[in-house]
Every structure is written in C-alpha cells, then in structure tokens.
Design a binder for this molecule. Sequence first.
Ligand SMILES: Cc1cc2nc3c(=O)[nH]c(=O)nc-3n(C[C@H](O)[C@H](O)[C@H](O)COP(=O)(O)OP(=O)(O)OC[C@H]3O[C@@H](n4cnc5c(N)ncnc54)[C@H](O)[C@@H]3O)c2cc1C
Length: 432
Amino acid sequence: MTYDAIVIGAGIIGACTAHALSKRGYRTLNVDKLPAAGYGSTGSSCAIIRTHYSTLDGSALAYEGYHAWIDWPGHVGVDDERGLAVFHETGCLVMKTALNGYLEPVCRIMDEIGVPWRDLSPAEIKAMLPIYDLRRYGPVKPADDPGFGTATGGELAGAVLFPKAGYISDPQLATHNVQRAVEAAGGAFLFNAEVAAIRRADGRVRGIRLADGRDIDAPVVVNVAGPHSFKINELAGVAAGMNIKTRALRQEVAHVPSPAGFDFEADGAVVSDSDIGCYSRPELGNHILIGSEDPECDAREWVDPDDYNREFTGQWQTQVYRAAQRIPSLGIPNRTRGVVDLYDVSDDWIPIYDKSNLPGFYMAVGSSGNQFKNAPVAGEMMAALIAACEDGRDHDAEPVRFRLAHTGREVDIGFYSRRRAINRESSFSVLG
Ligand SMILES: Cc1cc2nc3c(=O)[nH]c(=O)nc-3n(C[C@H](O)[C@H](O)[C@H](O)COP(=O)(O)OP(=O)(O)OC[C@H]3O[C@@H](n4cnc5c(N)ncnc54)[C@H](O)[C@@H]3O)c2cc1C
C-alpha cells in the first residue's frame, strides 16, 4: 500500500489534518501508538470552544473553528455508528481583572473580527450564576499560603459574556467522527503502531519506520504527535531549524459535583476567572470541571511525556479550593476525579503550523492546551500549506496565505512559523 501522506498521531488535530488532506485528494495514513483515535491528550481535553484569544490571528482562527463545531454534522459530512459529538453552546463568561486589562484589548479584537460579546455588571453575573460570590481573591495564591481564601477587597469589576462559546462533551468521539470521515475519503488509520524513526532519501523525507521494524513510505510526513512532538522532531533531525520549541507540561483537571440546589450542567457556562486562577465548565451528570489558568504562583511541571506522574497531587485540591472561593457552596469530595494529562507547549504558547527544514516533513505542534477548538481549521490550514509547499512554494520566504471559509478573513500562515520570534502579545498561558 502506498500513501501520499503519513500523519503521525490520531488526535483531533492529526485526524483533522488527514481529513483536510483527503478532501484535496491525498491518500492518507494516520499512525498512532495508542489503540484508537483521540486516546492521547485529546481524550483528556476540556474541549472548550471559545472565540477570544490575546492575539487577533488567534481569535480569527478560533472564530472560524467555532463555525465548524456549530455545524459539526456538516463539517464531518458522514455518519458515525457511535453518533456525532455534540457542541453545548453555553457561552463563555470571562471575569474582568487587572491581569486581562479588564478585557478591553480582547473586546477590541472581537470588534475587529465581528465576534459578539456583552458586558455584564456584577448584578448580572449574580443573576446568571446565583451560586457565585464575587468578592476579589487575587492575586492567586498557593493553597498553603496563610492568606489563601481571604478576600482581598472589593468585588470583581464585572465580566464579559461571549455567547458563541461552549464545549464538546466527548472530544474522543469527535475525533472518531473525523476518523470515519477520513476513511470514507479513502484514508487509513494504523493503531498500536509506534513511529521509531523518520526515514530520509535524496535530501527529503522518505517515510517512517515503526518500532516493530516495518517501513512505510510517503513523500509527505506530518508530525502531529501532541506532547511527544519534540521527540518526533528530534527523530526527524529538524529541531535545530526551529526558533520556537515545544515541551510537555503536566496538568490536572478536577471533576466535582455541582453544589446542591444548582444545576450547573443546565444553567452554568464556561467561566474563565483569572482572579482565582481557574477556568471551569459544565460537565455531563451535573458536574463542574475545573482546570488551571496556570497562575504565576504555581510551579510549571515540565515532564518527559513517557515518564510522568499520572496520579492526582495536591494540585487537584488547590484547584477545587480556588473554585470554592467563587462558589462557597461547592462541596469538596473526598474522592479525586478528573484527568491528569499533558499540554504540548510552545515557547510562546502559540502553536506551530509549519513546514520544517527537511523537505516533505511538516508539523502541527505546540498546541499549548488550547487548540482542540481550532483543530478543524488547523487541519485545513495544514493541508493548504502542504499542497503549496509540495507545489514548490518557499513558505519561509513567501508565507502561504489561507482564506478562512466561514469568516472570509485571510490568515498569514507565517504567523505560526517555527522560525518566528517569540510573540510578546501572547498571554503565555493556556488562554493563548
Ligand atoms: C487537560 C487538558 C485540557 C484541555 N482543554 C482544552 C480546551 O478546553 N479547549 C481547547 O481548545 N483545547 C484544550 N486542550 C488542548 C487540546 O486538547 C489539544 O490541543 C489537542 O487535543 C491536541 O491534539 P493533537 O492531535 O495535536 O494531539 P494528541 O491528542 O496528543 O494526539 C497525538 C497523538 O500522537 C500519538 N503519538 C505520539 N508519539 C507517537 C509515536 N512515536 N508514534 C505513534 N504515535 C505517536 C499519541 O499516541 C497521540 O494519540 C486541553 C488539553 C489538555 C491536556
């Protein structure tokens, strides 16, 4: 069997890249060392879909991604015997704090790209989420700090509600949906197959070698290996040609029941709250899922993706206690539930969607905990980039431009270059 492109990884971005390539006529093979699609970091994702980022390009991509999720059946275009993933459009409430400039820069970007938003006063927040206590607690502290849990004066200034936002309750199913679309277009998936080497011939990529010794050839190989992306780039010998690098960051997400008397699943929303250093979203079964916004006081745990602690630590309790500052009626369960997994973080927390110094070898990496939502459009962008480069375009010298189909904007794919200078406009956090 011969393939036009091998995609290393069958997470949501790997699957979407194959989907977009297959729509352009490429015969694709996704290779993954895990047993099924979306079993890597995608399966642990909170899968929050939102439109606001700290950069205009990031926000434009997210707004385009939103359009794919809102019409997921149309985007996927095929049936799946397991059903299609559902987008719960709850809206996203972002608390105004000094840390986010009271959201003025973000709202300017939203206006520029035409994303709706609405200012909420503290009273309006309380009307929407009566279980919320709006006293200020920032700056965020570790749970063992003597000042932890003591209000620091005054109330939050308000919030902005971004209505075109929500979450996908089953990110693994979404990836399976895309797998089925790829297969319908003639693409294939190989699971339980670990890529152990990237083969070269005549100055370009030749294919891959699997850990069991099998060789598979293709003129195009795409690294979409998630938190293992840096290992694959090392195998390909392309890391030295990158100014922006990637590494794996350990994360814990807590999963707790909604407080008694409030149905957070039905009446809650995605909430981003830098005053307490947490984001949260409703989860099926009237639960709340609590993730970290990586506040400065928390040490970042860079790990080897093949050797890290998969058990919850005190970080789990810290995140739940932080959320309980805002939701005083939140019960703190004895049993820890949720996920421990990894982000594939780039130096500036903005992804790399690019070629490499090895002709035929491409990468969609450094998704930095915030690219699930962008996967459908990232896949299309990767396919456009690959088609242009394989057609002889020197993307490093003359970056490919990509038209966003739904929103009509043009993206300079060079924004995501591996050779860019660190983007100082980034939030340098999961917020992107
Ligand atoms: C806890 C958590 C919460 C998140 N929350 C959000 C969110 O709310 N919103 C959002 O937009 N994003 C979120 N993200 C980020 C988002 O989930 C990721 O950006 C996205 O899932 C990455 O997809 P991927 O396909 O690049 O990587 P992955 O899903 O990690 O897939 C990479 C695949 O490559 C395979 N692989 C690696 N090495 C090899 C090898 N040598 N051979 C074969 N296969 C290999 C792995 O097995 C894996 O399946 C979150 C991530 C985490 C971890």
